[in-house]
Design a protein around this ligand. Structure first.
Ligand SMILES: Nc1nc2c(ncn2[C@@H]2O[C@H](COP(=O)(O)OP(=O)(O)OP(=O)(O)O)[C@@H](O)[C@H]2O)c(=O)[nH]1
Ligand SMILES: [Zn+2]
Length: 309
């Protein structure tokens, strides 16, 4: 009879619980579940899988995860983690309206920095001129920190969408953003039919129930060079995997001042001779740390430090 089944490479394109949708090299897809309890595959993982024995209800088992280039962490309200792996960049989509939270923006940027994944901030709804200009001006501080930023109007399409597309070309991008920023609209502009495809995947993975998968991979081009990964909003963007002591190094406006601290293990919360605290200015002028960002730092420090116990 035939020999042993051979391990076949695949890409995880969606997950629901421990079930995964795996794409073969030819683009066809099948449902797999990981062998063993420990290994959990995430969207973007490259895996080796085997066909399941007949009658087991799934099409295959994931036998091996290939080493990851990076792993983006996110923790939701109930503290279950969901991630995506092997990313080139994270697109943080915010909008002129509804107003977004600076804390959530900072958290997403810190999560990206921690994995050395380049973030791209995109401010949508440029057609809403007045709130847009206000938000854009306010984000200047983030441009000054060195973050890439682009304006967008999904309503008007045109030039701004082309500029965003150019940043995505040839890369794997995770899209994050608060509810109402325009994530679904962006995905549908870039991948027509994306939402219908997601519903189908969700139903296949979750035995027909109408729930959406937490994270989904889409190919933007036929050649499969450009990929977009959609993820739910970031209301509760937990950073519990980050050590509080590493936080200052992950905030580019705070980092340069750390070397001025008197104590090498300064937490920048109460120590005398702290270079960070000395640089905090309430006007957020260039070459200083704004008091908003310092508050985000100190609140996060307390949260991350407490989460260890
Ligand atoms: N004025 C304006 N409205 C926009 C623009 N882009 C999207 N919208 C609208 O903003 C609303 C929210 O867009 P969605 O794409 O559903 O936002 P989302 O980020 O997917 O939101 P969730 O599904 O809640 O996570 C919709 O009514 C869109 O039509 C834009 O550029 N300008
Ligand atoms: Zn200090």
């Amino acid at each position: 009879m035939s020999g042993r089944p051979t391990l076949t490479p695949g890409l995880v394109v969606a997950t629901y619980g421990r079930h995964c949708m795996v794409e073969r090299a030819d683009g066809s897809r099948l449902i797999c579940h990981p062998r063993g309890k420990k290994s959990t595959a995430v969207v973007g993982d490259k895996v080796l899988w085997l066909p399941a024995a007949t009658g087991q209800g799934e099409d295959g088992t994931i036998e091996k995860l290939q080493p990851r280039r990076n792993l983006f962490y996110r923790q939701d309200e109930i503290r279950t983690k969901s991630f995506a792996a092997n990313l080139d960049q994270v697109l943080i989509l915010i909008a002129a309206e509804p107003e977004f939270s600076e804390t959530q923006l900072s958290r997403a940027l810190i999560a990206a920095e921690a994995e050395r994944i380049s973030p791209l901030i995109v401010l949508n709804k440029q057609d809403l001129t007045e709130p847009f200009d206000r938000a854009w001006g306010w984000l200047t501080a983030y441009r000054d920190m060195g973050y890439r930023m682009l304006p967008l109007s999904l309503k008007d399409g045109g030039g701004t969408l082309e500029a965003v597309k150019a940043e995505l070309a040839g890369k794997t991008t995770l899209v994050l953003g608060p509810s109402g920023a325009g994530k679904s609209t962006l995905t549908n502009h870039l991948v027509p039919g994306a939402l219908a495809a997601t519903r189908e995947i969700s139903q296949a993975l979750n035995t027909g129930k109408h729930t959406t998968t937490s994270t989904t991979w889409y190919w933007v081009d036929k050649e499969a060079n450009t990929a977009l990964i959609d993820s739910p909003g970031f209301q509760e963007f937990g950073l519990h995997h980050i050590d509080a002591r590493h936080l200052s190094g992950l905030m580019p406006d705070i980092k340069p001042f750390v070397e001025r601290c008197k104590f090498y293990n300064c937490t920048h919360l109460h120590e005398p001779g702290c270079g960070v605290m000395a640089a905090v200015k309430n006007d957020g002028s260039v070459g200083s740390i704004s008091d908003r960002r310092y508050k985000i730092y100190s609140d996060l420090f307390a949260e991350l430090d407490a989460s260890k116990f």
